[in-house]
Design a protein around this ligand. Sequence first.
Ligand SMILES: Nc1ncnc2c1ncn2[C@@H]1O[C@H](COP(=O)(O)OP(=O)(O)OP(=O)(O)O)[C@@H](O)[C@H]1O
Ligand SMILES: [Mg+2]
Length: 256
Amino acid sequence: MNTVVELENVSVYYGNVQALFNISLKITEKDFLGIIGPNGSGKSTLLKLIAGLVKPSSGIVRVLGKPPFHTHGKIGYVPQRFNLNREFPFSVIEAVLTGRLTKHSLFLHRYTEVDFSAVEDIMYKLEIHNLKDRQIGKLSGGQMQRALIARALVMEPEILLLDEPTASLDAGSKSHIYSILKDLNQYMTIIMVSHDMGVISSYVKSLACLNVTMFYHGAPELTDTLLGQVYGCPVELIAHGVPHRILPQHREEDYD
Ligand SMILES: Nc1ncnc2c1ncn2[C@@H]1O[C@H](COP(=O)(O)OP(=O)(O)OP(=O)(O)O)[C@@H](O)[C@H]1O
Ligand SMILES: [Mg+2]
């Protein structure tokens, strides 16, 4: 399997805040990597490094064999938050269409029929087609999250980065999104931050546990001891017992 993302001894500082320390990581083609870790542990920073939005303070990042800056149009990125002025004068369909700009030249691109039909298809798939003429800044949290996923998918990226993509979604929409991701994973590498361990255990192919350094990267199976180390507290104290759900056996009684 080809390595599509490679980090070598990467550290990131924001001023004197150390967000990541000495991370080395290889991600292979068509992996579905789940990233977990407590708040402030550097998960979003790791995705931003791969997306080329944050530069390493030291170490090397290579995406598809190149510095991330040179991978324009091949990386789809769904941010954790999207701070948008509620009056921002774009409709939902116009916002999703901007995903096509990164596929072509950023400048002087006129949308073609192919662009429009790709956008319409993806909006139907994510069940936001009925919202296409609404103002993007006025969508609800879950509607906005689906619009951001649509925008990343119309790029037809080789690597899809998702930062807690289903945090605002209701249960039905979550499983819908995950079934879409599972399909996409047949030809796309997916790297996803999520606190949803039930989902992590059933969908991902590999798992990374991050808390400034990389505590674990491997099969999606974990022990209490490791989780205690990553989260810095006994597993019982971790938010509502959630990490229990990725113990090796996935026993029924682990689900509360
Ligand atoms: N632009 C920034 N300027 C300064 N500090 C930052 C910046 N972005 C992140 N940080 C800090 O870097 C650390 C890692 O942040 P990051 O957003 O990567 O964490 P996270 O694991 O995604 O957290 P969460 O689960 O809350 O989303 C935090 O201490 C955060 O305060
Ligand atoms: Mg984050």
